[in-house]
Write a protein of this length. Structure first.
Length: 237
């Protein structure tokens, strides 16, 4: 690609070809960074602002108008999907498809393009995630994979040794839970029984503190009125 316009003072076939190539390439759009203006989760589509201005004749620059109704990509396959909220100001990569995608986007079916434009701004899709340096991921961890808030306050992490760590404000599980290995807790346990109550099978050992049931402390519980003699039983042994 040449670096300037056609040289009218020194015309040549090569210069004319270079100028024609330059003019054609200026109409070919491939990929650019973008920033979300608004997001429609029902699409899911977004209005996205291109973050590199177009250069006008004479050398001045001007921002492009926001791209509207841009399909947003989420990791998805095999009946599974990972979703996350997309908010105004989020950065990502805009991809400009080589042909018109309107027909596919509306129907989900293959077919001829509804318009014969090529590499056009109208055929953009958006991949959230790529960011500028001012918006780089803070405290990037290199020893495993994690799903986290940007500030790191809540996360699920698997490190390269296979250790899984979770943290957050609380955890709600809406399905039965099965532990196949040792279950250990530190801060105590509380709960309410369901329709079948709570059942423990196998040995149960308690040490330290007291053990009570329905307000009766079992550590020193005795029975009175024991026959014969009407005395009390001894405490638990």
């Amino acid at each position: 690609m040449s670096s300037g316009a056609y040289n009218w003072d020194n015309p040549s076939a090569e210069g004319a070809a270079d100028a024609a190539i330059d003019a054609a390439l200026l109409r070919v759009h491939t990929a650019l960074p973008g920033r979300v203006v608004s997001f429609d989760p029902d699409g899911p589509t977004a209005t996205v602002q291109v973050m590199v201005d177009q250069v006008l004749t004479g050398g001045s620059a001007a921002p492009l108008p926001p791209l509207v109704d841009v399909p947003v990509q989420f990791p998805r396959a095999g009946g599974f999907v990972i979703t996350f909220p997309v908010k105004p100001g989020d950065e990502g990569q805009i991809i400009f498809n080589e042909r018109c995608i309107d027909g596919w986007h509306q129907s989900g079916q293959s077919g001829p393009p509804m318009d014969y434009r090529l590499h056009d701004y109208s055929d953009a899709s958006f991949i959230p995630g790529i960011s500028s340096r001012p918006n780089a991921i803070p405290n990037f961890e290199m020893d495993g994979v994690s799903i986290r808030t940007l500030d790191g306050a809540a996360f699920i992490k698997i490190n390269d040794a296979g250790h899984i760590t979770m943290d957050g404000t609380d955890l709600t599980v809406k399905c039965p839970v099965f532990f196949e290995k040792l279950f250990t807790y530190m801060a105590g346990m509380s709960g309410t029984g369901g329709g079948a109550g709570t059942k423990v099978s196998g040995s149960f050992e308690q040490s330290g503190g007291t053990l009570s049931s329905n307000g009766v402390v079992l550590d020193n519980h005795v029975h009175s009125g024991v026959q014969p003699g009407g005395g009390n039983t001894g405490g638990p042994a």
